[in-house]
Design a protein around this ligand. Structure first.
Ligand code: BGC
Length: 377
């Protein structure tokens, strides 16, 4: 986007220097190309919604998890820097609250609403109203299902998240060479979150050959998606389920070798359960998001890895999408096959996730400016 902006500013400067006296005209022409200040000069304020308003709604699921706070504040900052007004709301993981916040965004004059849904299946009615009002919807991180009001989807490559977690377990246990069997347990996220199908599905696709070969076994027998789900991705729920597993299947000294946890909030629940209910050798434990608590656990040996999804990158991509749509253009996408929400494939932009562990976290998280050393103390 910076390159685009620079190019636009340069062309404005060149034209301005050639056409002295036409400054005013150039100033009003510029907003069509640029994303920055000119939008403020020429556009009516947000209160006059409906008449060229530049109000963007951002609906986030909860403030309980670190990542959504970062996603929300990154997006607000970037959208404001690009000249938009932003109505940012968090819904406390409560579907009715999210619906009413979106209703307010519709009546408040938002032209585009960016939504990270709590339950991907619960927004059909309110989004039909948005569509009726001519408002475009961008699904953020989580796909919104069964609604034809969704124009675009911006996320990370969720399948790659799952395969990366699975491959980490394969490599760390050296499953291609070691005979095993190794004991593994599974913890994934909210059943209403479409991402779970990709996270868990991706990991199982990698692990299945080793399960079939008897190298990986699950003493609890809990392997079906419904059995390993965690409502609302809640740390407490993951911890309670895992304490149960540990006291029922591992209290006799059986060693647990690996836990596939789909994200950091559930990995934290597993780590808490291991601390309270397990005395054997510490297992491999995966995660996702690089939440501060989990990075600290990586540093002190209580979590093996996490997936780093740089929310700054995702926020920038969404700002590019908003910009394009505001100008009546098509938004940038790099995937038009993977994400069918039940009404057809939603054009998507997938950012690339990478894994972080004890060996690379400093470079990935501190040198990139995502965290400071002090954040991790
Ligand atoms: C996100 C993860 C997050 C989880 C829990 C998922 O949809 O992709 O990054 O950890 O929700 O909030």
């Amino acid at each position: 986007m910076k390159r685009k902006l620079l190019g636009a500013l340069l062309s404005v400067a060149m034209v301005a220097s050639l056409m002295v006296g036409c400054g005013a005209k150039e100033e009003t022409a510029a907003p069509a190309e640029t994303t920055e200040a000119p939008a403020e000069k020429t556009e009516a304020p947000a209160e006059t919604a409906g008449e060229g308003s530049k109000l963007v709604g951002v609906s986030m699921p909860t403030q309980d998890l670190q990542r959504w706070n970062q996603d929300g504040s990154n997006m607000k900052a970037e959208l404001e820097a690009a000249g938009y007004e932003v109505d940012l709301q968090y819904a406390s993981n409560d579907i009715a609250t999210q619906v009413s916040q979106i209703e307010n965004m519709i009546s408040g004059g938002c032209e585009i609403i960016v939504i990270a849904s709590i339950d991907g299946d619960a927004l059909g009615t309110v989004l039909a109203q948005a569509k009726e009002a001519g408002i475009q919807i961008i699904a953020y991180d989580r796909l919104i299902m069964n609604s034809d009001a969704v124009s675009y989807y911006a996320t990370f490559d969720n399948y790659l998240v799952g395969t990366t977690q699975g491959q980490y377990i394969v490599d760390t246990l050296d499953l291609d060479n070691a005979a095993g069997p190794f004991n593994i347990e599974f913890v994934t996220g909210d059943p209403g979150d479409n991402n779970v199908n990709f996270f868990f599905g991706g990991a199982i696709d990698v692990l299945q050959p080793y399960i079939d070969a008897g190298k990986l076994v699950t003493p609890s027998g809990q392997t079906a998606k419904d059995d390993v789900a965690t409502v609302n991705w809640a740390t407490d729920a993951a911890q309670a389920r895992f304490e149960n597993i540990l006291s029922s299947y591992y209290a006799d000294g059986t060693q647990l070798h690996a836990v596939l946890a789909s994200n950091d909030s559930t990995a934290l629940g597993v780590a808490n359960a291991l601390a309270s209910t397990y005395s054997g050798e510490y297992p491999i434990l995966t995660g996702q998001d690089c939440d501060i608590a989990s990075v600290k656990n990586i540093v002190n040996g209580k979590q093996s890895m996490s997936i780093f999804k740089d929310t700054r990158t995702l926020a920038s991509k969404v700002v590019e999408m908003v910009d394009a749509l505001m100008q009546g253009k098509e938004a940038p996408v790099n995937d038009t096959e993977t994400y069918d929400n039940g009404t057809g494939v939603i054009p998507s932009y997938l950012c690339e996730p990478v894994f972080a562990d004890i060996n690379n976290y400093k470079e990935l998280l501190i040198e990139s400016g995502y965290y400071t050393e002090a954040d991790l103390q």
